[in-house]
Write a protein that binds this ligand. Structure first.
Ligand SMILES: O=c1[nH]cnc2c1ncn2[C@H]1C[C@H](O)[C@@H](CO)O1
Ligand SMILES: [Zn+2]
Length: 363
C-alpha cells in the first residue's frame, strides 16, 4: 500500500469544480435515450459502451478543432426543455456523487435554440435542472453562460447572463476554436460585463499561445483563464541550479493571483500537453500560481474531478495537503460572493479534508 491518496479516498474529499461544460458531460445512456425520443438519427452508435468509447477516441486527435466536432452529437440532443433539464440535473447528480460540493457549469445557450427555444427558455430549463440537483444532493451549482468565439452573439449572451444573475448565473465565458478567433473580437461584451460589475473567464492559452492570454487579461479584463497552459512559454527553466525566470506576463498572472482553470486530460487530447507528468501544472503548482484542477468535458475525456486528482497524484506524488490546496484555490476563485466562498472553505472544505486525513491516518 502506498502513502498517497487513492481514487476511492479522493472521491470522499469535498471538491470544487470551476471548468466543466454541460454539453461535454452527458451520460452516454442519456444521449441515446434523448436521441430516440427526439428522432435524432446521427449518433455514431446506439450502444452505451460503444458510444462512450467513440466519444473518447474521437476526442483523442490532438487537435482542438477535431475535438470540438464531437459536440455536434451532444448539442443535437439538448434542444428541448425536458432534455436540458434532465442533462443539467444529471450533471449535478454525477458531480455530487463524485464528492463535488461546489461547481460552476458552463454551456453556450445560442447552441440550444435549434428546436425553437428562446435563449431565456434555454437558461430557465438548465437552471431548473441544477436546482433539482441542489435540492436532492446539497451540491451548489453556479451557471456560466458561454458565447462561441467564432460567432457574433457575445453581447447578447452577456446581457442574458446579467438578466439571470440573481437566479443562478454567476458569470460568462467564451469558448470554441481559439486560433484565428482572438478574445478582443468580443471586447464590447467584456466591457459591458465590467460595467455591470460581473465576472468572466476566457478560454485562452490552450490551442494558441501567449498573445491569446495577454489579450484575455490585459485587453479584455478576464477574472480567470480557461486552461492558460501556454503561460509556460513565458517561464524559463535554465536548470543546473540557475533560478527560474518569469517573463512579465507570467509574473503578472502570478502576482495578481489570476486563477488558471487547468484541465490535464483534456489538454492531452487536444495536444496542449504531451503527458500528465510533463503537464505544466507540475511547475505552475511549484511556483505557486493560483492553479485549479478541472474536468473540462467529462464525457470526451472519460474523467471526473476525482480521476483528474488521482492522475496528478500518480504523476507528481501529491498528498492530501496538495489536493486541499488545489481545492481551496478553486473555492477562492469561484464567482459567488466572498462570504459564501469563505463559508464553504471554513465550513465544508477544511473540516472535510481534516476528517479524511484523520480517517486515513496520513497528511
Ligand atoms: O477545451 C475547450 N476549448 C474550447 N472550447 C471548448 C472546450 N471544451 C468545450 N468547448 C466548446 C464546445 C462546446 O459546445 C462549447 C460550450 O460548452 O464550448
Ligand atoms: Zn473548456
Amino acid at each position: 500500500m502506498t502513502n498517497l491518496p487513492s481514487l476511492d479516498e479522493i472521491r470522499r474529499a469535498p471538491k470544487v469544480l470551476l471548468h466543466d461544460h454541460l454539453d461535454g458531460g452527458l451520460r452516454p445512456s442519456t444521449i441515446i435515450d434523448i436521441a430516440r425520443e427526439t428522432g435524432y438519427s446521427g449518433l455514431p452508435s446506439t450502444d452505451t459502451d460503444n458510444l462512450r468509447q467513440w466519444f473518447q477516441e474521437a476526442s483523442d486527435s490532438g487537435s482542438l478543432e477535431r475535438y470540438l466536432e464531437t459536440f455536434d452529437h451532444t448539442v443535437a440532443v439538448m434542444q428541448t426543455p425536458e432534455a436540458l433539464r434532465r442533462v443539467a440535473f444529471e450533471a449535478g447528480e454525477d458531480l455530487a456523487l463524485d464528492g463535488v460540493v461546489y461547481a460552476e457549469i458552463r454551456y453556450a445557450p445560442e447552441q440550444h435554440t435549434e428546436g425553437g427555444l428562446t435563449l431565456d427558455q434555454v437558461v430557465e430549463a438548465v437552471l431548473e435542472g441544477f436546482r433539482d440537483a441542489e435540492a436532492k444532493y446539497g451540491i451548489r451549482v453556479g451557471t456560466l453562460l458561454t458565447a462561441m468565439r467564432h460567432a457574433a452573439r457575445s453581447q447578447e449572451i452577456a446581457e442574458l447572463a446579467i438578466r439571470y444573475r440573481d437566479q443562478g448565473v454567476v458569470g460568462f465565458d467564451i469558448a470554441g476554436a481559439e486560433a484565428g478567433y482572438p478574445p478582443t473580437r468580443h471586447l464590447d461584451a467584456f466591457e459591458y460585463l465590467q460595467r455591470e460589475n460581473s465576472h468572466f473567464t476566457i478560454h485562452a492559452g490552450e490551442a494558441f499561445g501567449l498573445p491569446s492570454i495577454w489579450q484575455a487579461i490585459q485587453w479584455c479584463g478576464a477574472d480567470r483563464l480557461g486552461h492558460g497552459v501556454r503561460i509556460i512559454d513565458d517561464i524559463e527553466v535554465p536548470g543546473g541550479g540557475e533560478p527560474i525566470r518569469l517573463g512579465r506576463l507570467a509574473a503578472y498572472v502570478r502576482d495578481k493571483r489570476i486563477p488558471l482553470e487547468m484541465c490535464p486530460t483534456s489538454n492531452l487530447q487536444t495536444g496542449a500537453a504531451k503527458s500528465i507528468s510533463e503537464h505544466p501544472i507540475g511547475l505552475l503548482r511549484k511556483l505557486n500560481f493560483r492553479v485549479t484542477v478541472n474536468t473540462d468535458n467529462r464525457l470526451m475525456s472519460g474523467t471526473s474531478v476525482s480521476q483528474e486528482f488521482a492522475k496528478l497524484v500518480e504523476a507528481f506524488g501529491y498528498g492530501w495537503d496538495d489536493l486541499q490546496w488545489f481545492t481551496v484555490n478553486a473555492m477562492k476563485s469561484a464567482f459567488i460572493p466572498f462570504d459564501e466562498r469563505l463559508a464553504l472553505i471554513n465550513g465544508v472544505i477544511k473540516p472535510g479534508f481534516a476528517q479524511l486525513k484523520w480517517a486515513v491516518g496520513r497528511p
